[in-house]
Design a protein around this ligand. Sequence first.
Ligand SMILES: [Zn+2]
Length: 184
Amino acid sequence: MAFNWFGAAADPIKSFEFRCDRCGGIHSGSPSFANEAPYSYYELTNDERTTRARLTDDTCVIDKDSFFIRGTLEIPIEDAEDPFCWGVWVSQSEESFKRYLETFQDDQTGDGSFGWLAITMPGYRRTASHEQIEHLACNVEWQGKGQRPLIFPHECDHPLYTDVTDGITWDRAIELAQMVMHPQ
Ligand SMILES: [Zn+2]
């Protein structure tokens, strides 16, 4: 006689999906939202964005002395197969930024840098609405060719650190997704 204690105890891992009470539709797959630029880019006027900033899909330079790269912040969802993904930007020192560009076409696994989170995120601001999220110190782990760096906030009392480390519940993931898709 055989007992599968582990199998019996574990919840099946599912693909994230929910029926949305805001729009009535079904949203399938783990949520993935991205900031197209760092926060300070959005603070510029349209003219200034042309004259003072250089923005690509992966990098941003403002006034030739503020450097940012885009990465991914993954938040595990309880019982879901894929994490909640946020496309975010972190500031970089000039030295790190140059090395990032120089090795961009290569496998960057094992390399990394320090960065300050430089975005706004619904559901995580402790400051007023539309303000930048508190500057959070992050480790930026560079990845293989063609993959964006993974971002890990340093240990602190901010809820973002706790969520990246411990994950969030299915219900909280729904709540966050709705905040982004159907702002009120
Ligand atoms: Zn909806």
